[in-house]
Unconditional design. Structure first.
Length: 201
């Protein structure tokens, strides 16, 4: 401790530094660690690097990140805090992946969970269509369509066509009647009992 009592000698970098530069250590007489925070961090980083290299694992290079920014562990880009979701459990209050990477991984996870397919399989299906909705043959194919009973993927449709067949309950008979109606051949049902209708053959 220096004469002023407001500085302390760091045994690592051999400098007198302000007391806030040292982390607390209740086992020490002065209540502070013998090395400054910078030296402790550097030692920890070196130890981490040696351990990772010994395990044959890749070591991420340390990047100088400006104030108000953070490096994404997935894409490696340094982005402002506005590009991150909040995470109250993290030490810096931010998620480990940027919003863009989280969105990409979220879409991939959604495909796997709901349809049992990868993005590559979906893209191959779109290419085989080729790139357009299989119903209207005009709009881009962006929505995976599947049978709600069997779970089998049928194709990739545009938003309008996908929602249309869904609202008709994926029922082929309803769709056939819709086609007949559009062509001017509406099937008029006959009421045979309360709530019971008979369709023309």
């Amino acid at each position: 401790m220096s004469e002023s009592g407001k500085e302390k000698w760091c045994s690592g970098c051999k400098r007198d530094l302000p007391l806030p530069s040292f982390a607390a250590d209740k086992n020490r007489r002065d209540g502070l660690q013998p090395r400054c925070r910078g030296c402790v961090a550097a030692y920890g980083a070196a130890h981490y690097r040696r351990r990772r290299e010994a395990q044959g694992k890749p070591v991420r290079e340390r990047v100088d990140v400006p104030q108000g920014h953070k490096e994404c562990r997935t894409c490696g880009e340094v982005k402002p805090h506005s590009e991150w979701h909040r995470n109250s459990t993290a030490t810096d209050g931010l998620a480990t992946r940027c919003k863009a990477c989280k969105a990409v991984q979220g879409r991939a996870g959604h495909l796997k969970r709901h349809y049992g397919m990868t993005e590559a399989q979906r893209d191959a299906m779109i290419s085989s269509q080729p790139g357009v909705c299989t119903i209207c043959l005009a709009a881009p194919a962006i929505h995976v369509d599947h049978c709600h009973k069997t779970g089998k993927v049928r194709g990739v449709l545009c938003f309008n066509c996908n929602s249309a067949i869904g609202k008709l309950g994926d029922a082929p008979d309803s769709l056939r009647r819709a086609v007949a109606y559009l062509e001017g051949n509406a099937w008029k049902p006959t009421l045979v009992a309360p709530g019971v209708y008979q369709l023309p053959s």
